[in-house]
Design a binder for this molecule. Structure first.
Ligand code: SAM
Length: 286
């Protein structure tokens, strides 16, 4: 990090940098290096271990797509499990669904939650205090491997597979998630930018195979997840859930009764149309 610029170090030979107008918080937590700073173009920005996690300006795209797609596709989600998501954006969007009665969020680093509440308050926007939200500080893999509760939708809003996030890309984690899903449940996860991290999607598809009949990805363009569209992993035992018409999705979305800034029923159904280079790579995986 040069004196007033933050250089993302996710890729050794390529990266983005942000002018830091003000550093709001910077310190190692028990698990990772956390920084939150102000940038004129993206607002408040949070990074963990050198990787941009979320910014005020573009967080809505990712948080809307990782929540409303599985919840509206499921159609009757009452219990949702969030793994990671310490900034609170996913929790905020899940709770907009009045039909969701209970959300458990398992986040490994309570300092991320506390600092984001303080310096990124618009992300959670009070969601952590919602009576329907139950926050657990734990490793997500350990939680799902020992959990006896069942959930209709599981959302893994994890970091990249480095440091504590690595556990959330392992087979045991996917096995645990399947065990925690109800019949007809849906699992989705952040799965990197395929143009920059091509093997991430392939590895995930292969590792999901023993546990889910239907495994694929859908896309969302998040400007500060650099290198192209981000792939979001999708797994369930019923392929029809991701093949619903935009009319059906539109009906459910209208009933949900809230406004979004990126998500629309047409974007929902279109997001499952993958670029050819990703299809080719995924077709090579069993
Ligand atoms: N949207 C971001 C992305 O796509 O990279 C991820 C945002 S969120 C900040 C990632 C969260 O995962 C962080 O709060 C981090 O502490 C949490 N996390 C990392 N490893 C974890 C683990 N093994 N169990 C639970 N939470 C974990």
């Amino acid at each position: 990090m040069s004196d007033n610029r933050y250089l993302e170090t996710l890729y050794p030979s390529y990266g983005q940098s942000f002018a830091m107008e003000e550093v709001l918080f910077r310190a190692p937590t028990e698990h990772q290096e956390l920084i939150i700073f102000k940038n004129e173009r993206f607002g408040r920005v949070m990074a963990l271990d050198g990787v941009i996690q979320t910014t005020e300006a573009d967080e809505f795209i990712y948080h809307e797509m990782l929540t409303h797609v599985p919840i509206l596709a499921h159609g009757n989600a009452k219990r949702v499990l969030i793994i990671g998501g310490g900034d609170g954006g996913i929790l905020r969007e899940v709770l907009r669904h009045e039909s969701v009665e209970h959300v458990t969020q398992v986040e490994i680093d309570d300092q991320v939650i506390e600092m984001c509440k303080q310096y990124l308050p618009n992300h959670s926007n009070g969601a952590f205090d919602n009576p329907r939200a139950h926050i657990v500080i734990d490793d997500g893999k350990a939680f799902v491997m020992n959990c006896t509760e069942k959930f209709d939708v599981i959302i893994s809003d994890c970091t990249d597979p480095i440091g504590p996030g690595e556990a959330l890309f392992e087979s045991d984690f996917y096995r645990g998630c399947k065990n925690c899903l109800t019949e007809g449940g849906v699992f989705v996860a952040q799965n990197g930018v395929p143009f920059m991290q091509p093997d991430e999607a392939e590895t995930t598809k292969a590792r999901l195979k023993p546990f889910f009949a239907d495994r694929t990805f859908y896309c969302a363009p998040v400007p500060t997840y650099i290198g192209g569209v981000m792939s979001l992993a999708w797994a369930s035992d019923n392929a029809e859930l991701r093949q619903l018409s935009s009319e059906v999705i539109a009906e459910r979305f209208a009933k949900a009764g809230f406004k979004t800034r990126y998500y629309t029923p047409a974007v929902h159904t279109g997001a499952f149309a993958l670029p050819q280079f990703l299809i080719d790579r995924l077709d090579a995986v069993e």
